[in-house]
Design a protein around this ligand. Structure first.
Ligand SMILES: Nc1ncnc2c1ncn2[C@@H]1O[C@H](COP(=O)(O)OP(=O)(O)OP(=O)(O)O)[C@@H](O)[C@H]1O
Length: 408
């Protein structure tokens, strides 16, 4: 029997590269921290807090900076007896209306057993319950709503909460909203009255450039990775790849962590650029697979049609041939088919997602046409298709045909 054995030749504290790690220092965000502190200053002074709206792409430090500053704020206001600060944080990702956010907040604030159900109340009744809970806490309350864009256009809470004192719904409690979002469109789509209050102070977090990412990686690597276990140029390479793609510190840290795991699994004593390259390609692959899982039924059927053609060694292949295959699959799965034009749009989307690649062919007088093929390994495409409704048999047949054609 193989045995487990502890490996620590690369990592000293791998958790320090993970998502839940809260860094003790924040690199490269001095300007944003200054503005953020300025926006939070009324809390220390004992006044009503500002509402603050933070936006920027994913992985650019919005949450890290918020957590860091709010910890600092809590510590610093403890010097002032007349400030009683509470911070309540909620991720709104799965909550797509004011009603749901308000219910979730009420339940967070109530002791266990006193929760309310998530349906069945008039919205104003839930808001009233929320005000009652906030009054109970009293003092200064900062409500941090991460991924606030999930609330969509049902944003009444964002209108009402900042006006709750003026409307006599709150008396003791002074509430400030901190909204965080990586959806740039969300701010502009807000009702102008909501925009005015929620975005009282706006902070934009730009993507990091390569030298900034390298510094962030450096400070994290010194905690996470054994001395001398990183070859020269590795951090620069991770930083350059992430800067070129997204400017996200999360992506840079993920690359370094996975490169470290690959080095460790290969029993190496140091991470090299080859390990980073291997990590990059694996992360890319995972990203594509995730994209495939999120496809709509017709997106999947269009993809499955290309997969089926690939199994028969008939790709690259034209839209009209893919469409024929798609119609057969729709029939087998009892799904109403879309017109060829719509399937063409799905194929373009799949191309944008990096799942298909397309070549433009010139066909003389009859104009140009595209031919498509898989841009991901056949096996990952089939695996992602596995849970397509009622098509188990067809997928099995596609696998068999692929094996016959040495395409698996
Ligand atoms: N300036 C920084 N210094 C140190 N670590 C950072 C910095 N910026 C980001 N990080 C780290 O990068 C990772 C992603 O950052 P964070 O979660 O704050 O991003 P975000 O902007 O909130 O992204 P999302 O919108 O996806 O939630 C975290 O592990 C965080 O600790």
């Amino acid at each position: 029997m193989p045995r487990f054995e502890r490996k620590q030749n690369i990592f000293r504290n791998k958790d320090a590269l993970g998502e839940s790690y809260q860094p003790e220092t924040i690199e490269e965000r001095e300007e944003e921290i200054d503005q953020y502190m300025d926006a939070l200053q009324p809390v220390v002074d004992g006044w009503e807090p500002n509402n603050i709206f933070l936006y920027g792409n994913t992985g650019v430090g919005k949450t890290a900076v918020t957590d860091y500053l709010l910890d600092q704020l809590r510590e610093d206001v403890s010097d002032y007896e007349d400030v009683n600060l509470s911070v309540i944080s909620l991720n709104c990702k799965t909550l797509n209306s004011s009603y749901q956010v308000a219910v979730e907040l009420v339940n967070k604030l109530r002791p266990s057993g006193g929760e309310i159900s998530s349906t069945g109340y008039p919205q104003q009744a839930v808001f009233k319950k929320l005000y009652a809970e906030l009054e109970d806490i009293g003092g200064t309350i900062l409500l941090v709503l991460d991924e606030i864009d999930a609330i969509g256009d049902r944003d009444e809470l964002l209108y009402e909460l900042p006006r709750a004192r003026a409307n006599d719904n709150l008396d003791d409690a002074k509430v400030g909203l901190i909204g965080i979002s990586n959806d740039f469109k969300f701010r502009d789509q807000l009702d102008p009255r909501v925009q005015d209050t929620l975005c009282e102070r706006e902070l934009q977090f730009p993507p990091y450039d390569a030298p900034e990412l390298e510094n962030i990686l450096q400070s994290r690597a010194s905690i996470a990775i054994v001395d001398d276990a990183i070859k020269d140029g590795v951090l620069k390479f991770c930083a350059a790849l992430a800067a070129r793609d997204s400017g996200s510190a999360r992506q840079a840290l993920d690359l370094l962590r996975l490169a470290g795991e690959i080095a460790e699994n290969n029993d190496r004593d140091a991470i090299t650029e080859d390990h980073v390259e291997a990590a990059r390609s694996r992360l890319e692959q995972e990203r594509v697979e995730e994209g495939m899982r999120e496809l709509t039924t017709h997106g999947r059927l269009a993809l499955l049609a290309v997969v089926s053609k690939a199994a028969k060694a008939e790709t690259p292949c034209r839209t009209r041939d893919i469409y024929e295959e798609y119609l057969t699959l729709c029939e087998s799965s009892d799904t109403d088919s879309l017109a060829q034009r719509s399937v063409h749009n799905h194929l373009s989307d799949l191309r944008m997602l990096g799942i298909l690649s397309a070549n433009e062919n010139r066909s003389g007088s009859r104009g140009n046409y595209y031919s498509y093929e898989l841009d991901v390994p056949f096996s990952s495409a089939v695996e992602a298709m596995d849970d397509v409704l009622r098509l188990d048999e067809e997928i099995e047949t596609i696998r068999d045909i692929a094996t016959m054609n040495n395409r698996s």
